[in-house]
Design a protein around this ligand. Structure first.
Ligand code: UDP
Ligand code: MG
Length: 313
């Protein structure tokens, strides 16, 4: 027997969950008889009836396990909890809104078992139905982060991945507090096959990602995987030192040789503004890393479980 664990983080998904479960079951049924499933729903502190929906489903289907958090800890924590509690030989992560089509599961399973890939990732080839501005910034983000990190972050990569146990164990061994799953998945390496599909709209409910949240998430991705911003601020500092030194030489030359009195207070004010701006900007960058370090050092747990049907928890 081979077991596949399906991890589904859920936050306010009462409407989408029944549709998701139905669609998933349709696809599970087409798998060979020697494959069994375990579905782990992680309720990430939902404010609606998500937990009830999950509990009702689990009454009918004993392959369903659920973990319910004490509050909303974020998708990354939900993923980690799911991975920690999964027991399958293969593990996959899926959104509850059917944006990750369950119809791909079979192909993913085939690629891992027959073609010997360690993992299968998915990426969307377009961002249809997404605001243009959002797509623009997303593209910019991937350009930036790929310049700054030694491994490739795939543009449009989703969290929908299918992995062998070895990959899961590698992910679990990364104990960091600031988790950025897409980056961690690239970081651990292995042979990954990328499947592509067109962007699909969520079936029900609304997205939990505002533009502001996405921006914060993007910055988190950069600080978690690259120290290049620190290098940039040092480089700007150095350039400014050189420029100011040249300017001093110029002023000395003008005053002593040409006898020109000092002039240009407006430009001086501009320079002060600019330089102090750059200083604050650099301090901000350092602050970002410092705050991340602060959070890491505290070693707080990633989540607290309030309710679950998994034994020994
Ligand atoms: N999610 C979660 N915790 C959160 C936010 C989202 O567990 O704090 C789950 C959500 O229920 C869904 C998945 O993460 O299953 C993706 O969220 P969403 O569809 O809102 O993101 P999008 O697809 O718009 O990027
Ligand atoms: Mg979604």
């Amino acid at each position: 027997m081979e077991k596949i664990s399906i991890i589904v983080p859920c936050y306010n998904e009462e409407k989408a969950l029944p549709l998701f479960y139905e669609e998933l079951q349709k696809n599970i049924k087409t798998f060979p008889k020697n494959v069994c499933f375990e579905i782990i729903f992680v309720n990430d502190g939902s404010k609606d009836h998500t937990l009830n929906v999950i509990k009702n489903l689990s009454k009918k289907d004993d392959s369903i396990k659920y973990i319910s958090f004490s509050r909303n800890f974020g998708k990354e924590s939900a993923i980690y909890a799911g991975l920690e509690n999964s027991t399958g030989d293969y593990v996959t992560l899926m959104d509850a809104d059917l944006q990750d089509p369950p119809s791909l599961l079979k192909e993913m399973y085939r690629l891992v078992t027959e073609e010997n890939y360690d993992a299968v990732g998915t990426r969307r080839v377009n961002r249809k139905g997404e605001p243009i501005i959002r797509s623009f910034f997303a593209k910019l983000f991937y350009k930036l982060i790929n310049k700054m990190t030694p491994f490739e972050m795939v543009d449009g990569a989703r969290d929908f991945v299918f992995m062998k146990r070895t990959v899961v164990n590698s992910l679990l061994s990364l104990k960091e507090y600031n988790r950025y799953s897409k980056g961690l998945f690239s970081f651990v390496g292995y042979d990954v096959k990328w499947l592509e599909y067109e962007n699909i709209q969520r079936v029900a409910g609304t997205t939990k990602w505002s533009f502001w949240k996405l921006t914060k998430y993007a910055l988190e991705g950069i600080t978690a995987f690259s120290t290049t911003p620190l290098l940039i601020s040092s480089a700007i500092g150095l350039i400014f030192c050189i420029v100011s030194f040249l300017m001093i030489l110029l002023i000395i030359f003008k005053t002593l040789i040409l006898g020109d009195p000092t002039s240009g207070w407006p430009s001086l004010v501009c320079i002060i503004f600019m330089v102090s701006g750059i200083q604050l900007f650099s301090l901000g960058i350092i602050g970002q890393y410092l705050s991340k370090t602060y959070l890491e050092v505290k070693q707080r747990p990633l989540y607290f479980i309030k309710d679950t049907n998994i034994e020994n928890k």
